[in-house]
Design a protein around this ligand. Sequence first.
Ligand SMILES: *Cc1c(COP(=O)(O)O)cnc(C)c1O
Length: 431
Amino acid sequence: MTASVSRQADLRARAEGLFPGGVNSPVRAFRSVGRPPLVLDAGSGARVRDADGRWYVDWIGSWGPALLGHARAEVVEAVRAAALDGFALGATSPREVDLGELVRAAMPSMERLRFTSSGTEAAMSAVRLARGATGRDLVIKLAGGYHGHSDGLLVEAGSGVATLAIPGSAGVPAATASATIVVPYNDAPAVEAAFAAHPDRIAAIIVEPVAANAGVIPPADGYLARLRELTAANGAVLIFDEVITGFRVAHGGAQARYSVTPDLTVLGKIVGGGMPVGAYGGRRDLMDLVAPIGPVYQAGTLSGHPLAMAAGAATLRLLTPEIYAGLEATGAALEAGLADAAAEAGVTVGITRVGSLLTVFFRDGAPANAAQAFESDRAAYARFFGVMLDAGILLAPSQFEAWFLSAAHGPAELDQTLAAARPAFAAAAGR
Ligand SMILES: *Cc1c(COP(=O)(O)O)cnc(C)c1O
């Protein structure tokens, strides 16, 4: 008898022989939910297909970029057209100017901006610029906030760092880590205390205006405005990391939704329409400190790559007010349906949502910060995840991530998800 190995199992085994943990980014592993990682080979709209040909309703959404769903025709066509013009030509291209103007129109606080190839680079560069501008070394970040994997920003980070329950990362020099001050999210007095403890030494606060990497945690009323006041009063730069929230919680990002204007903004994910793009930008006087006109160096061989710019621009052009109204409606229906399903199963959960970002926390009530989020019952989440997956509903393989809704999620995907949620909540409750 010949052993029948599925194509997915074969690819998974080969990946494990190539990549640490079989993945090229830790969040793609399913370790915390006790399942083998999926190998996905296609996506269309709100659905993705594994390498054995099985389709799933996808709530991972490429971890944020897929606001319009997968393989949207206009975006595919824009990338094809860009490819025919040659890939990166090593000089400014019309497509960079096009996307740059679209970004600034959505976020006028980005008077000048620069494209990078990832959110990590953009966040790292924004922090470097803040240090260069202020001549100060210390940076405040929020516990559970994720800003990519640059050394200083990995301290008490969210996303995969939180999922794997590691306090930071090995390999980060102590001196680098000690330049990062970590305070709890939604705790303005802690920020005030940090400024008082280190007068004239804090260059910047970097914050996800809606925390979305410890699960979704909305900002408390007035919190972001208070950060704006405290940074201004202390001569520090306010950096909004809008890699997730940009173009998602509103066309103009969280800064538009909450009417608080940062000095610098970091973008990624949606701005690239599914291609590798990051951006940072903000006040002109700050951005004029970036090379070649200023002393803060930052560069990238493939920055502003035309295929990526084309995908981003095609995506941004499709983001109408109707898209955001639809996302809000889908989000509200999903939230209400999940709350009902949990109540029917007798499970206590805290559901948080900001527009098309949602998390079901297996704990009593919505958390206000990462420490509270981390009190969630991870084993219950793993049981919930497993029943959902077996029913063809793909969630992030971690309690501490968002559900990323897309404009392609319609009534069929909602119904299928909520039907599966009933037995999944029962399983989470141990029945
Ligand atoms: C994903 C993410 C990043 C890092 O972006 P990459 O493109 O993965 O480097 C930074 N900040 C936030 C808020 C993110 O969610």
